[in-house]
Write a protein that binds this ligand. Structure first.
Ligand SMILES: *Cc1c(COP(=O)(O)O)cnc(C)c1O
Length: 255
């Protein structure tokens, strides 16, 4: 590939994975979703799967597309824009899930279908102004910092309430719901607690005008806990594409 050395190494490693394995992994993840829907009384098909393809080559995404996957999540803007360009003729829908630098909102507004990591009014303003008129409104989730960790992005409940109240100011945006990345914990009961808090916050903030129907929560290690607590969209990377290589020279992984 025509990238930096770091990327070439990653692509090389990714391409040594046997071709069928992404398809098989996708099947296994879909089975986990179906089982969790049944176990926790969720309607069949009520949980959408986003495949987190950050750091993966376009060839991996092609395999997932062949297996019927259309929603893809990306964190690293430059890497994502190249893949969006390469895969422009496919049905892929793009979700931006990484930290947003306010001077980089325009390419997000112009190239993505969803953004899950909005945590400032300034970002809503910029994305709303920069969303091209010929595209449908940009779907937005507000990222909530459930752990109150200073180092992590995300709004408090109060901060989210202020943004929801201003949703009507942005005709080119649709505020669809809430997103969170809780700190990893091993057992399902402690995994469920922050997801439950996110659902309760959603219930408190939802209005008729802004129903916040999307709960973007749950990753490879905790998707069952998230589904138990009402996730409507789970963001799964390693369980589909295998272990990630550290992204040399890129911003640290926000998880
Ligand atoms: C990387 C990432 C994921 C996927 O994590 P896995 O553990 O690989 O499933 C989900 N959400 C966000 C915001 C991420 O950065």
């Amino acid at each position: 590939m025509r990238q930096s050395n770091g990327k070439r190494t990653m692509n090389h490693i990714a391409q040594t994975v046997p071709r069928m394995s992404i398809v098989r992994r996708m099947e296994a993840v879909r089975e986990r979703i179906t089982r969790a829907e049944q176990l926790y009384g969720r309607p069949a098909g009520s949980v959408e799967l986003m495949a987190v393809s950050k750091t993966r080559p376009a060839s991996d995404i092609h395999q997932a597309l062949d297996a019927g996957q259309t929603a893809f999540g990306e964190n690293y803007l430059q890497d994502a824009l190249e893949k969006i360009d390469q895969l422009a003729e496919t049905p892929a829908k793009w979700h931006y899930i990484g930290r947003i630098q306010s001077n980089k909102t325009r390419p997000i507004a112009e190239n993505f279908d969803w953004v899950h990591s909005v945590d400032k009014l300034k970002l809503l303003r910029r994305l709303g102004d920069q969303r091209p008129e010929h595209l449908s409104p940009l779907n937005v989730c507000l990222q909530i910092n459930l752990d109150q960790e200073e180092s992590k992005g995300g709004l408090t409940g109060e901060g989210a309430a202020e943004l929801v109240a201003k949703a009507g100011m942005f005709p080119n945006l649709r505020i669809r719901g809430l997103m969170a990345i809780p700190a990893p914990t091993p057992d399902i009961e402690s995994q469920r607690r922050p997801f439950r808090l996110l659902r309760l916050l959603r219930d408190r903030l939802a209005t008729t005008a802004v129903p916040l129907e999307t709960l973007s929560m749950g990753m490879s290690a905790d998707l069952e806990a998230a589904i138990a607590e009402g996730a409507t969209m789970i963001r799964v990377g390693t369980a589909i594409f295998g272990p990630r290589q550290p992204a040399a020279g890129k911003q640290p992984d926000p998880t």
